[in-house]
Design a protein around this ligand. Structure first.
Ligand code: NAD
Length: 502
């Protein structure tokens, strides 16, 4: 049972945060002020005007008592509710989670100015008086959260304080892949007899710090984006590792999306001919694809040209971290889930059912789809770990054209969205070659329409140049799996000179 109370000054973001938090955790959301207004059929302001603050507090307490025992919910309290000691004591009880969203006076003034003044704040100067008066009481609330951050980062802080007793072994082979509480993962690896070097972005470091104090590890920060997947940054990291006397027993712990995974994998596989590797995915795309299966690379002239196969010892995913992802990165992850769903008829059926949830996911969706997709990918990898027999090439569905689109856009179109565009084009190739099932083709077009709004236009002119750099080509032939229907494919060798770019 989860009952979460959100408190703090007017303008601290309780309602916005409360609604989003409730959605992410599949809980109900109640706003005490809204309930009061509905019951009394009056705006809070009018109640204040007509009956005065004292009477309002009585009404507030009465309605609080009515809703306070509701289960599995987030309840946002009005700014002055906790002035009532009984309310304060109740929300601080053990079975409840009570959060104070602490916002600086400067930030509060900015926010209140932008919206409107509230009943007890008739002029902006009142904010300071009220702030100083109430702060001491707010400080008595069980958990204090930095409310100056974005709503998503506030939610992440809240999530880091709430029990998350979840642990699932998704796969043991070809490498370990677990889902669980990131704090427990850090506690576990701290016991390792190896030095641990984290590779991450500044932003990710700050997000993860809400869960665990990373200062206990050595941390190497790289910039965000594809430019970090380069010799330039690889060399910088080699130098740091040498200076810090990292050895072959040291661990590289990559925390981030696919860029961090690819770079960390590459570093750990070549520094001193190989070190240990752990990965923590923080994007959906990296949790369902990039961190899994042991491929790594840096970009050199074209995408992913220099790299190795190096299986991580463990990939550990805590999907609560996905709450701060922007919509565009959610769609990137969706792309690889869509691709993987096409490998199996049963998974494809589930995918169609969960389509809306996958484009607008909550924690339950992640806990369902990270294992489904991860297991599917690793099953394919296990059959052909080093892409020698050919089975693993199936994972490149949508990627032959996708990589060319990504590189052709100068990496302005993200990997995930390029894969979606690549899937669409490769489906057309399959149709033109008479391979695809007609019913499935129609259905694919319909499904694709529903996500088209998230995908940018792309430049078609230079695709050929980048297709010629594809790693799966042999002389002038490119090997590609073309889809018949979900779970059924035909393997084709297409002459690059005639590659249909449509
Ligand atoms: P990414 O690693 O660039 O991450 C996208 C952005 O999201 C970054 O700006 C990052 O800082 C930010 N971010 C990460 N986690 C966040 C979080 N929890 N909250 C807020 N922001 C967050 O991109 P990606 O889509 O994860 O990965 C794409 C890369 O993965 C490409 O380079 C691609 O080639 C590679 N890839 C590799 C494989 C493989 O098998 N090795 C497979 C697929 C993709």
């Amino acid at each position: 049972m989860k009952r979460i109370f959100l408190c703090g000054m007017t303008g601290c973001g309780k309602t916005t945060v409360g609604k989003k938090l409730a959605k992410f955790l599949s809980l109900k959301f109640y706003d005490l002020d809204e309930i009061i207004e509905r019951r009394k059929k009056m705006k809070i302001e009018e109640i204040f005007k007509k009956y005065g603050e004292r009477k309002f507090r009585e009404i507030e307490y009465e309605i609080f008592n009515e809703i306070k025992e509701r289960k599995n919910c987030v309840i946002s309290l009005g700014g002055g509710a906790v002035l009532n000691k009984n309310i304060l004591d109740f929300i601080n009880k053990n079975e409840n989670y009570a959060f104070y969203l602490d916002v600086t006076l400067e930030e509060l003034k900015k926010r209140i100015k932008r919206s409107f003044l509230r009943p007890v704040l008739k002029k902006l100067d009142d904010v300071e008086i009220l702030y100083n008066k109430r702060k001491k009481i707010y400080e008595r609330i069980k958990f204090k959260i930095d409310g100056n951050k974005s709503p998503e980062e506030i939610i992440l802080q809240i999530l880091s304080k709430i029990d998350f007793k979840y642990y699932k072994r998704i796969c043991e082979k070809p490498h370990k892949f677990y889902i669980g509480n990131i704090k427990e993962f850090f506690e576990e690896i701290k016991k390792e007899d190896s030095r641990i070097f984290i590779i991450t972005h500044e932003k990710i470091k700050n997000l993860i710090s809400h869960f665990y104090d990373l200062s206990r590890f050595e941390t190497i920060i790289v910039p965000e984006g594809e430019r970090a997947k380069s010799f330039k940054y690889a060399q910088k990291i080699f130098k740091i590792l040498l200076d810090k006397k990292a050895d072959r027993n040291s661990v590289i712990l990559g925390i981030g999306g696919g860029v961090i995974g690819d770079l960390s994998g590459f570093i750990s596989s070549v520094y001193m001919r190989g070190m240990r590797l752990f990965l923590v995915p923080t994007t959906i795309l990296s949790a369902v694809d990039a961190h899994l299966g042991g491929k790594n690379a840096v970009n050199f002239i074209a995408k992913n040209i220099i790299g190795t196969f190096k299986f991580p010892e463990i990939v550990f995913c805590d999907p609560r971290i996905f709450v701060t992802l922007k919509k565009e990165h959610i769609i990137d992850g969706f792309a690889e889930i869509f691709k993987t769903a096409l490998f199996d008829e049963k998974i494809y059926k589930k995918f169609k059912k969960d389509f809306d949830k996958l484009t607008n996911p909550d924690l339950k969706t992640y806990l369902k789809w990270v294992p489904i997709t991860g297991r599917m990918k690793l099953k394919i990898v296990e059959k052909d770990p080093f892409e020698i027999k050919g089975e693993r090439m199936l994972l490149n569905l949508g990627h032959t054209v996708g990589h060319a689109i990504e590189a052709g856009s100068g990496y302005k179109i993200s990997h995930g969205k390029s894969v979606l565009l690549g899937l669409k084009k490769e489906i057309e190739i399959s149709k033109n070659m008479g391979i695809i099932d007609k019913e499935f083709y129609k259905e694919f077009k319909k499904i694709f329409k529903r996500i088209e709004k998230f995908i940018p236009d792309h430049e078609k002119n230079n695709l050929k140049k980048f297709i010629f750099m594809d790693k799966k080509k042999k002389e002038n032939l490119i090997k590609i799996f073309l889809i018949k229907r979900p779970g059924e494919f035909e393997f084709k060798k297409i002459d690059l000179k005639n590659f249909p770019l449509l």
